[in-house]
Design a binder for this molecule. Structure first.
Ligand code: 5AD
Ligand code: SF4
Ligand code: FES
Length: 346
């Protein structure tokens, strides 16, 4: 018997549009999951091809002034050794990783004024000399700061909205403003960055309706990159006793996002691999076309602990590069040698 929701999949594969109630139907019914993943895989191949883009992730400081309820880096967590890498070390990690073939680096840290503006601009401009694209993932800043980073050579910016449900956002993010976060995303877009956002799946009290709103928000914003991952409860946070998100639901949100935004870049996220040891490969076959291997070296890999069970903490950047290349090739895909900008269809 064919599911009544097969029609939603046929519709979105042809038109890349769905109404909110149709998204909710897909999210709540599991009998069409395989069809959904296959449709997202076809759309991925048609619009962004078989190449997988690798982004080298540098986790350059785990210090954070924010207090997000789900995150191990939150400022009230005293059970974590904090670090902040010197600019020269950050540049050194990028320089080494560039020799393995990375054409993009993602510089990620907790929020706050950890470095002076001059230091940030120095780091960006030095890494830019390696002939790579630069993505920043450093949180909410002023328009002047975003502009200065862009002028120094930053190409892309990641700022997850985390959830579009205003009430839930307020509960989970003390002293943060949902409005300001959306405003930051608009500024980032206006300044000409490739703009990335995304959400957590399986937050306490999060509903399917709210996840459908998240997906529609990605489309409305005109995002160039979307990262979604399951929420994984962390012992050292107020949400330690929560259930967390499931791999399947995160995969479904990701697949529907691919169907609605066919030509964007979508990573197979590390949190997905934490919940399923084949998670990134399954994601790459369900709509994703990007992987972000960690190129941070040494003990810092373990110290950047958003959630437990993080993968690759005892591996080297060189090992991860060859590991993921082998995996990608094992599913008949290739590793891109390009910068991996969005190839937008107009
Ligand atoms: N589980 C999964 N993802 C998390 N993040 C933070 N804490 C967790 C957690 N416990 C995600 C947030 C943030 C990104 C860098 O990491 O979505 O934007
Ligand atoms: Fe800080 Fe980001 Fe973690 Fe929130 S999610 S506590 S802003 S590192
Ligand atoms: Fe790090 Fe496989 S990607 S060990």
């Amino acid at each position: 018997m064919t599911s009544p929701f097969k029609k939603n999949i046929n519709k979105v594969e042809a038109t890349h549009n769905l109404a909110k109630n149709e998204i909710v139907e897909l999210l709540t019914n599991d009998e069409i999951n395989e069809e959904l993943f296959q449709a997202a895989d076809r759309v991925r191949e048609k619009y962004v091809g078989n190449e997988v883009h690798l982004r080298g992730l540098i986790e350059f400081s785990n210090i954070c002034s924010k207090n997000c309820f789900y995150c191990g880096l939150r400022r009230d967590n005293k059970n974590i050794k904090r670090y902040k890498l010197e600019p020269e070390i950050i540049i050194d990690f990028a320089t080494k990783a560039a020799t393995y073939g990375y054409k993009t680096f993602v510089l990620q840290s907790g929020e706050g004024n950890l470095y002076t503006l001059e230091e940030m601009l120095y780091i960006i401009s030095e890494i830019k000399k390696l002939d790579v694209a630069i993505t920043l993932s450093i949180g909410e800043k002023t328009e002047e700061e975003y502009r200065a980073y862009k002028e120094a050579g930053a190409d892309r910016f990641l700022l997850r909205i985390e959830t579009t449900d205003k009430e839930l956002y307020k509960k989970l993010h003390p002293d943060m403003s949902h409005e300001n976060r959306i405003n930051c995303l608009k500024i980032i877009k206006k300044l000409g960055y490739e703009t990335g956002t995304g959400c957590l799946i399986g937050l306490p009290e999060q509903t399917m309706e709210s996840l459908a709103d998240d997906i529609l928000f990605f489309k409305e914003l005109g995002a160039d990159m979307i990262g979604v991952g399951p929420f994984i409860p962390n012992e050292d946070t107020p949400l330690k006793n929560e259930t967390g998100g499931s791999f399947e639901l995160a995969l479904k949100v990701m697949a529907i996002t691919r169907l609605l935004l066919p030509d964007i870049n979508i990573p197979a996220t590390t949190a997905m691999e934490t919940l399923n040891h084949q998670g990134r490969l399954i994601a790459l076959q369900s709509g994703a076309n990007v992987v972000m291997p960690n190129v941070t070296e040494g003990e810092y890999r373990d110290l950047y602990k958003l959630y437990p069970g993080k993968i690759c903490i005892n591996d080297t950047p060189a090992h991860c590069r060859s590991c993921i290349t082998g995996k990608i090739q094992s599913i008949g895909r290739t590793v891109s040698k390009e910068y991996g900008f969005r190839k937008q269809l107009r």
